[in-house]
Each structure stands twice: as C-alpha cells, then as structure tokens.
Write a protein of this length. Sequence first.
Length: 151
Amino acid sequence: MSMHRILAALALASAGMLAFLPPASARDCQPQVRDGWVRLGPAGMPMMAGFGRIENSCATPVTITGASSPAFGSAELHETRIVDGVNRMRHLPELRIAPDAVAVLKPGGMHLMLMQPHAPLKAGSRVVVSFRLADGGELLGEFEVRKPDAL
C-alpha cells in the first residue's frame, strides 16, 4: 500500500472519529460558581460558612467530590436538615448537579464549612475555593467575605 493511500485512510478515519465527538463547546463546558460569599464569624472563630450558586449549564451532569481552599485548613460540603424536629448538619461526600441545573448553597441548607482559617479575614476580602470533580477536574470559585449584618 502506498504512503498516499495510508495517509488518506488515516485522514478518513480521523474525520469519522470526529463525527462521534461532541462539539468543542460541549467538551469544554465547565460549571460556574456564582454569587459566592463567606459569612465572617466572630474573631478567633475556627470555622465559617460559605454560600453561593453552582450552575451546571453543560449537557452532562457534574459531581463534586470535595473542596479545598488555600485560605483554610479544611473545606467541606455540608447539609443542614431537620431530623425529628432538630437541625442536624452532616457532611456531603458528593454533590451531583444535573445538566442545566443549579446547586444553591444557602444558610440552613447546603453550604461550605470552612475550618481553621490560616489568617484573619476581613470583610470585603476574597477567598478562592477549589471544588474537586469526579472526572478529575477542578472548579474554582471566588467567595467574598461579608459581615453577618451586611447580608
């Protein structure tokens, strides 16, 4: 078989494979963190809570398996639920967000627990939170630090 025929066969095979790939915009689709904020706690408080929206406008679901932040020793997704008339908080090992859906992190519901701040935070400052995705990717979000009375 001549080199030209081999190259032509490879070109046709490659073109055929491209037909099975989703468009670049779908492959490159990334959820977005919006309206992120952290409630500033009393001075010396070893934990704070983070809130906001995680929007998945992609055609496939996304699963968050953890969180971290350079500003804190530990970051976890938590959920508050009323169980037998009592508010109970539990760690969420993962958060699945369906296509074209939004996960809302809010007081009294799902939220970030941000523990052991590495330095004192001030209202108006910003912290970065990295969410680990089940597919090995990462989603970065910026969260504004706010005083409780500024909410």
